[in-house]
Design a protein around this ligand. Structure first.
Ligand code: SF4
Length: 229
C-alpha cells in the first residue's frame, strides 16, 4: 500500500505553506508570515477559542472562524484580512478596552493587539462602566490588579497545564468576570508555588511582579529603586 503524504497544504493571503496534520489555522497563518492577533492564545497552552480576536476568513464558509481552534485541512485557503473577521475581532478588542480604567501599558500584549486594529484607547466608540482599581498585594512577589483582567483565562490554564498547581480560579460573569487565587483568600493563602507562569502569560499586567510594577513606577517618575540600577 503506498504511503500517504501527511503534509497539509494551506494558502494564507496568497502564500502557500505546508504544515503537519493537527496544525491549527493560526499556526499555519503565522508559519506563512501572517500577523494574526490573539488574546486568549498562548502556544504553551491548549487552544481555548474564547476571545475571537484571531478570526480569519476561510474559503467556502460564509462566516469567519477562530483560527486558534480550527485545524488546517489540506487545500484550505485562509484570508487574514477578511473584512467581517477584521470588523468583528476589532469590535471585540474595542469592547475589552472600553472596560479598562485606562489604556493598556504599551509593553503589554493587549496594547499590541489594540495597535493592530488601530485602537489607541482614547477614541473608543463604546463608553460605559469601567473597572475600578482593585489591587491585591498580599503575595510576596506577585501583584494582582483585578481592574486590568480581561478574563482571557490564560493564567488559570498556565497554572493548571504548565505548573499543575490549580491555584487560580475564574470567577464571576460578564462585567464581573475576573480571577481569584484559591478560594479568593489571596495568593499567599492559596496553593500558589510562586512559579510566575501566570504573570508570564498575562497579556495585560493584571498579574505581574512587585518588582516590575515598582520599576515601571520609578521610570514614570524618574526615580530609582534601591538595589536596582
Ligand atoms: S489575570 Fe491576566 S491572564 Fe488571568 S484571566 Fe485576567 S487578563 Fe487573563
Amino acid at each position: 500500500m503506498p504511503a500517504v503524504d501527511p503534509t497539509v497544504r494551506v494558502t494564507v493571503d496568497g502564500v502557500d505553506v505546508q504544515v503537519a496534520p493537527g496544525t491549527t489555522l493560526l499556526q499555519a497563518a503565522r508559519a506563512a508570515g501572517a500577523d494574526v492577533p490573539s488574546l486568549c492564545f498562548d502556544d504553551r497552552l491548549a487552544p481555548f477559542g474564547a476571545c475571537r480576536v484571531c478570526l480569519v476568513g476561510l474559503a467556502g464558509l460564509d462566516r469567519p472562524v477562530a483560527s486558534c481552534t480550527t485545524l488546517a485541512r489540506d487545500g484550505a485557503v485562509v484570508d487574514t484580512q477578511d473584512p467581517t473577521a477584521r470588523r468583528v475581532a476589532g469590535a471585540v478588542v474595542e469592547l475589552v478596552l472600553s472596560e479598562l480604567p485606562a489604556a493598556p501599558a504599551s509593553h503589554t500584549e493587549l496594547a499590541a493587539v489594540a495597535r493592530h486594529f488601530g485602537l489607541d484607547g482614547d477614541d473608543l466608540r463604546w463608553t460605559g462602566a469601567t473597572h475600578e482599581r482593585d489591587i491585591d498585594e498580599r503575595h510576596p512577589y506577585l501583584v494582582l490588579q483585578h481592574e486590568l483582567c480581561i478574563s482571557c483565562g490564560r493564567c488559570v490554564r498556565a497554572c493548571d497545564e504548565v505548573q499543575g498547581t490549580f491555584a487560580l480560579t475564574a470567577t464571576g460573569r460578564g462585567f464581573e468576570a475576573n480571577i481569584a487565587a484559591g478560594l479568593d483568600e489571596g495568593f499567599a493563602q492559596s496553593a500558589c508555588v510562586s512559579c510566575g507562569a501566570c504573570a508570564d502569560t498575562c497579556p495585560t499586567d493584571a498579574i505581574t511582579e512587585h518588582l516590575l510594577l515598582d520599576l515601571a513606577g520609578a521610570a514614570a517618575t524618574g526615580t530609582t529603586i534601591e538595589g536596582q540600577s
